[in-house]
Ligand binder design. Structure first.
Ligand SMILES: Nc1ncnc2c1ncn2[C@@H]1O[C@H](COP(=O)(O)OP(=O)(O)OP(=O)(O)O)[C@@H](O)[C@H]1O
Ligand SMILES: [Mg+2]
Length: 210
């Protein structure tokens, strides 16, 4: 079982959006996937609750207290995708402890970049203690042809000693619409949105992080 967590203590960076579509991608490839909603806010659960019968989504379970995460070991899954809350250091620390792969989701803006510092620190602390966790930034809501996105993609801002995935998720209404409708972008006709997620998965597979 591989545990992949989507993190950033900054609210609204796109953790749930990325986690839900990433999990759905793997499910549609035939893997056994569970999406763990570690956020008491319950957006992933709301998403699943809004699911129309025809949509194919991973099962979402709530483990929204750090002490509950041990239940992950009992799940029958190839991949457990963890959607984490903002502003919850205890939960972040507990998730990093068990995760094999962490994607720190940032939007191309100073606010997101500054706010990720505590998460990155915790990842580094685990690695420095000899703990194994593969981690990278995932840029979400990138807007092609904007100076800010270009700067963030080039990585000049990145003084965190954490790599950045080459694949990025663009700012597309399809992502917001899918979350609202209780579907994934794979249930929509937006090929570009699907390709965004496909490329993130492919990059992790090439790196053998999945
Ligand atoms: N790539 C994207 N394109 C368009 N809209 C997006 C994208 N990513 C996220 N959004 C929108 O931004 C808002 C916040 O996204 P999301 O809920 O995924 O963030 P979050 O990090 O999980 O937030 P929280 O910290 O509150 O859990 C939502 O309205 C979502 O639809
Ligand atoms: Mg969320």
């Amino acid at each position: 079982m591989k545990i992949v967590a989507f993190m950033n203590e900054k609210g609204g960076s796109g953790k749930t959006t990325c986690a839900s579509n990433f999990a759905t991608h793997l499910l549609r490839r035939g893997f056994k996937v569970v999406l763990v909603d570690a956020d008491p806010q319950g957006t992933a659960r709301d998403w699943f609750a809004a699911k129309p019968p025809e949509a194919k989504l991973p099962v979402v379970i709530a483990l929204d207290r750090p002490q509950m995460l041990s239940a992950i070991a009992t799940l029958d899954a190839d991949y457990v995708i963890v959607d984490t809350p903002a502003k919850a250091a205890d939960m972040a620390a507990a998730v990093i402890r068990i995760a094999h792969t962490v994607l720190v989701v940032i939007q191309p803006s100073g606010a997101d970049i500054w706010a990720c510092a505590p998460t990155v620190k915790m990842i580094k602390a685990k690695q420095d203690l000899g703990g194994k966790v593969d981690a990278a930034f995932l840029v979400n809501r990138s807007k092609p042809n904007t100076k800010l996105t270009k700067l963030v993609k080039e990585g000049e801002w990145n003084r965190y000693a954490l790599e950045q995935l080459t694949a990025t998720i663009s700012d597309r209404t399809a992502f917001a619409q899918a979350l609202t409708d209780g579907v994934s972008v794979y249930d929509t006709i937006n090929a570009d949105a699907k390709t965004d997620i496909d490329k993130v998965v492919a990059e992790l597979e090439v790196a053998r992080w999945l």
